[in-house]
Design a protein around this ligand. Structure first.
Ligand SMILES: Cc1cc2nc3c(=O)[nH]c(=O)nc-3n(C[C@H](O)[C@H](O)[C@H](O)COP(=O)(O)O)c2cc1C
Ligand code: SF4
Ligand code: SF4
Length: 244
């Protein structure tokens, strides 16, 4: 089984491609966490998710604790990132209380519009072509049950303190929908952890559930969702826009 968490689709894309090329099944971690899917003991398990602040998304921390002790056979992770993943693989191992047989840090377009300006579509398409080649390599590695660490890990020292910033940044108080909001409800439907409720036609954010995955802000068709003052001028990134 391949378990994945994804906000803007990079990790979902990687997990589904891996599933096709390794003859496995991809299951959404949010579904496991809210009881819609089960953890199954397999001879091969993949865990695919984005790095957040050189560490793990909050839902991955909870999921890893749930997975602990239930893993046998070959276990691998594919951690997607805009630049590098620091020691996210080691953090996952610590929570799983076991070594990963294989881990790849896969560079894909950066989606963190809250801090940076995501790249233009044409550049993202070129970037993805490169990610796709690396993904082919990962599929071959997994089919051979390769044992190694590869890809863009870098910045391991940052993982000593940067992951602690995640909780500080993971506020929802600066999210708002501006006058362009058409009350379509898409943001509520696509939020992977149920952190948005539409009230009087507008989204309301639930802080305790929000992963800061940026799906809502990047995928709003009206570009109506903002976080503070800087995002109105920035590009939006979602793999779903590129693969339509
Ligand atoms: C909250 C947050 C923090 C991030 N932190 C990092 C980081 O520390 N290093 C990095 O290279 N990319 C970082 N990124 C970029 C994502 O990891 C990257 O774009 C990932 O492929 C997105 O995956 P997804 O489309 O499956 O959600 C961050 C993105 C978010 C939303
Ligand atoms: S996705 Fe955008 S337009 Fe649709 S309800 Fe949410 S904020 Fe409004
Ligand atoms: S509210 Fe937005 S940023 Fe937070 S988890 Fe949902 S989609 Fe992601």
């Amino acid at each position: 089984m391949i378990y994945y968490f994804s906000g803007t689709g990079n990790s979902e894309y990687a997990a589904k491609k891996l599933a096709v090329k390794t003859g496995d099944r991809a299951v959404c971690i949010a579904d496991v966490m809210n009881g819609k899917a089960e953890i199954e003991k397999d001879d091969i398990t993949g865990i695919v998710f984005p790095v957040y602040f050189w560490g793990l998304p909050e839902i991955i921390k909870r999921f890893a604790k749930k997975l602990k002790g239930k893993l046998g056979g070959y276990v691998y992770s594919v951690i997607t990132c805009g630049a590098n993943t620091g020691s996210a693989d080691k953090m996952l191992e610590k929570l799983l209380e076991r070594k990963l047989d294989y881990s790849f840090s896969l560079k894909m377009p950066d989606n963190y519009v809250i801090l940076y300006n995501p790249c233009e579509k044409e550049k993202a398409v070129r970037f993805l072509r490169h990610s796709d080649k690396e993904l082919d390599e990962i599929c071959e590695d997994v089919n051979r049950r390769e044992s190694k660490r590869a890809g863009s890990t870098g910045g391991e020292l940052k993982s000593l303190f940067v992951p602690y910033l995640y909780d500080f940044f993971r506020t929802t108080s600066k999210f708002f929908a501006d006058e362009k909001c058409t009350s379509c409800g898409l943001c509520e439907r696509i939020c992977p952890d149920g952190a948005i409720e539409i009230k009087s036609g507008k989204p309301v954010w639930i802080k305790s559930k929000c992963q800061h995955c940026t799906a809502c802000i990047n995928r709003c068709p009206a570009k109506a969702i903002q976080f503070g003052k800087k995002t109105a001028e920035r590009n939006r990134y979602s793999i779903y826009d590129l693969t339509k």
